[in-house]
Design a binder for this molecule. Structure first.
Ligand SMILES: *Cc1c(COP(=O)(O)O)cnc(C)c1O
Length: 360
């Protein structure tokens, strides 16, 4: 039976990527050595990093005045590194709270300086993206979480930053590479790899040149973007295997026709799943229609007396895995990142239809 993994992260990877990783784990580029054994100072690995960076730059059309970094510590580390590097002494930054991940980013900013939470959908269980708020003209940057992995909301239009010297910072962990991106709208973008880009262990940071080296405070070397820019992400031993898998994932995106093609496929997948949720008499989506995520699709039973585990085990027996909603939300969540094939989404839709019939 074909297994489809709907996990929110770490999530499924393309078959071709798993094959290449498995090959490189044994013998990397006919070196006779595993990629895990080769020095990051060797030409093979330096080339790998350069190629990965170039490929990402090309796929996302990253302008020349932005640096691309491959760091460790996950998106969670960026919650702290962003304010440590970009928030001046006694200054504040604006944050829009759209889920647990943005709440965590706010928490970290408040340890460094002050986060103004200018809007929050917390009181509505994060079922929408706030549209009405006032920015503080003094704020150094505005931070958003572009796609909310747990709740399934996503920005369709990004905010304009009102401070003429300010800039937008975005946590794109669960949407990067799912659609074209105009990097010039942002000062900094960060994204853990394990949702849409590869395995855990590496985090992408795209940072505008003029934001590197602001020297607002004396930082530990590892927490300073300047360190990683000046050493091409190789200040210390980098996660080579993870970066290799990212490069393979980028190749896979190229092979299916690049980022515009990726977006078309993602749109089709999301559309057909939301259509089924709307049609099916058992389920509904609690999320505001205009804000529904293309990547993470939560849905719940209309009738709360039906035991959720019945549907989950039905899915399980049909090879449809990891559909349980986040513990804070309940219900179900299908994460349909780039690597989830259309056949997987169709299999889920069939299961929803069959489960509906069984109850009649
Ligand atoms: C998964 C996720 C994170 C946390 O990422 P880590 O790499 O585990 O630190 C942060 N933000 C968003 C939007 C996520 O989806």
């Amino acid at each position: 039976m074909k297994i489809y993994n709907f996990s929110a992260g770490p999530s499924c990877l393309p078959e071709s990527v798993l094959k290449s990783v498995s090959k490189a784990s044994k013998n990397f580029q006919n070196s006779g050595m595993s990629i895990m054994e080769i020095s990051h100072r060797s030409e093979l690995i330096v080339d790998l990093f350069e190629n990965t960076t170039l490929r990402l730059r090309k796929i996302l059309n990253v302008p020349d005045n932005y640096h691309i970094l491959w760091l460790q510590g996950g998106a969670s580390m960026q919650f702290a590194m962003v304010p440590l590097n970009l928030l001046g002494q006694k200054k504040s930054a604006d944050y829009i709270e759209t889920g647990i991940w943005s709440s965590k980013a706010i928490l970290e900013c408040n340890k460094v300086g002050k986060a103004n939470v200018i809007a929050s959908s917390k009181d509505s269980k994060f079922t929408f993206i706030p549209r009405e708020y006032e920015q503080n003209i003094e704020s150094e940057y505005l931070h958003i979480t572009s796609n909310n992995t747990i709740y399934g909301t996503q920005y369709k239009v990004i905010p304009n930053v009102e401070n003429p010297n300010g800039f937008l910072v975005a946590d794109m962990s669960s949407e990067i590479l799912s659609k074209p991106l105009d990097v010039s709208n942002y000062g900094l973008i960060y994204s853990g790899a394990q949702k849409n880009m590869g395995p855990a262990g590496v985090t992408l940071v795209i940072i505008r040149e003029d934001l590197v080296g602001r020297n607002y405070r004396d930082l530990p070397t590892m927490l300073d973007y300047k360190t990683h820019v000046s050493k091409d992400s190789m200040f210390n031993t980098p996660p080579v295997l993870s970066v290799f898998a990212v490069n393979e994932t980028l190749k896979w995106i190229e092979s299916i026709g690049g980022i515009t093609e990726m977006e078309k496929i993602n749109n089709r997948k999301a559309q057909s799943l939301y259509d089924e949720i709307e049609r099916n008499s058992l389920f509904f989506s609690p999320i505001n229609k205009d804000d529904r995520s293309m990547m993470n699709v939560p849905f719940i039973f209309k009738d709360t007396t039906i035991n959720e585990s019945e549907f989950l085990s039905y899915c399980h027996s049909h090879g449809l895995m990891a559909l349980k909603g986040h513990r804070s939300v309940g219900g179900f969540r299908a994460s349909i990142y780039n690597s989830m094939p259309e056949a997987g989404v169709n299999a889920l839709i069939s299961a929803m239809q069959e489960f509906e019939k069984m109850g009649q």
